[in-house]
Write a protein that binds this ligand. Structure first.
Ligand code: FE2
Length: 398
């Protein structure tokens, strides 16, 4: 796994201030004030607000700096959710956002932060590099260890009318501060812990195998994979294990910084598609798709995938590089099913008669551009989807 330093050219950007520690959520007021913001809305989801005291504690810590709580964010946020949240924040005179939640909440807050600065509707800013200046202040407190959205330049928002996920990508939307407090993730149930953890793993895997990979993102991605292989099973087994939760939060952030710079790949394109068309949870879709995408990619990125196998604890010393690359796909599949997650697209509710349409939509998803193996034809995507649907895992490492 090497780079030709003479031909290599890259730009790495990870400006988020990261505050880590058990009970570090208590720092939220100081961090917000340091950004020059004294009026913010909290963006969160209803169940976190109603069923836990996490958000209320943060609200209390912020005191008068919190001018309102927007808790209407569903697990799969949409355009109208962002536009409504903006109107709510604007009418209260907010100049910043504090997001408390998973990827959907943080991405919604990114959208609101854009509109607080620029006005208009989120639809006006879809696509890549549409902004010319930094958006409103944003402090985020992730309650899942998965999306890495706390450090990425991407927001994914559902456009229900088009049954597609809208991707916004701009360095101006990278959150200012990420507060990583393991206590905030301790209540996440085992199934969601597993699925979101596999999302983090996919970010690392896709960064390492992306056509935009470079040494810094390699380093971040490989360490994220080591941490996830070791700690995710423990976090799923015992949610109250703050050490496991803490390592997973760090891993998700490392993987987020990796893929925010190196970009993602085909597994993302598939997850966006089956998420928008069939409501499949993002992390679950990744967990299912990843081994099949890795087998498909192996002809182009075997050495990178061999390094992933090693990071997951596979002894690759007696293997040819192609075999070691495929062993990484098997190791990911083993990790996923060992966590109790389903193994096929059929199992997660994707109807077999929609695979062709899914292949077409996935091909048009921006994430596919940087896949380690060039994807230019829907039939290539369809072959991966078909294998992932039936559970056909050929070729295998052994
Ligand atoms: Fe993701």
């Amino acid at each position: 796994m090497a780079h030709d330093a003479e031909d290599l050219s890259f730009l790495f950007f990870a400006p988020t201030r990261i505050v880590y520690g058990v009970n570090s959520a208590a720092d939220v007021a100081v961090e917000l004030r340091n950004l020059g913001c004294d009026k913010a809305v909290i963006v969160t989801d209803q169940s976190l607000y109603d069923n836990t005291d996490l958000v209320k504690k943060i609200e209390k810590t912020l005191g008068t700096m919190c001018v309102g709580v927007y808790s209407d964010v569903p697990s799969d946020s949409g355009l109208h959710v962002v536009n409504r949240g903006y109107a709510f924040a604007r009418d209260l005179g907010a100049t910043g956002v504090v997001s408390v939640g998973g990827g959907s909440v943080i991405d919604t807050a990114k959208g609101i932060a854009i509109l607080l600065k620029e006005g208009g509707q989120l639809e006006d800013y879809q696509g890549f590099r549409t902004l010319t200046r930094k958006v409103a202040a944003h402090v985020c407190l992730p309650t899942t260890a998965g999306t890495g959205s706390e450090v990425t330049h991407i927001a994914v928002i559902k456009d229900s009318d088009k049954r597609q996920k809208l991707v916004l990508g701009d360095h101006h939307i990278i959150p200012d501060v990420a507060i990583l407090d393991p206590v905030l993730t301790a209540g996440l149930p085992p199934g969601l812990t597993a699925a979101t953890g596999m999302d983090a793993l996919s970010h690392a895997v896709e960064a390492i195998t992306s056509s935009q990979r470079e040494p810094i993102t390699d380093a971040l991605g490989l360490h994220a994979i080591r941490l996830i292989g070791e700690w995710l099973p423990l976090a799923v087994k015992n949610g109250g294990d703050l050490s496991a939760r803490g390592h997973m939060l760090v891993a998700a952030t490392l993987a987020g910084a990796a893929f925010s710079n190196a970009q993602a790949g085909l597994a993302h394109a598939i997850a966006h598609t089956v998420g928008a068309r069939h409501g499949v949870h993002h992390g679950l879709a990744k967990a299912v798709a990843m081994p099949y995408v890795m087998r498909f990619n192996n002809s182009h990125v075997a050495a990178e995938q061999a390094a992933i196998a090693e990071a997951l604890g596979v002894d690759t010393r007696d293997m040819e590089v192609e075999q070691a690359g495929l062993a990484a796909a098997d190791a990911v599949a083993r990790l996923s099913t060992g966590l109790g997650l389903p193994a096929t697209l059929k199992d997660v509710g994707v109807p077999g008669n929609d695979l062709e349409a899914c292949a077409q939509v996935a091909l048009s998803d921006g994430a596919i551009t940087y896949n380690g193996k060039p994807v230019f034809d829907a039939s290539q995507v369809l072959s991966v989807l078909s294998n992932a649907w039936t559970g056909d895992s050929t070729p295998r490492s052994r």
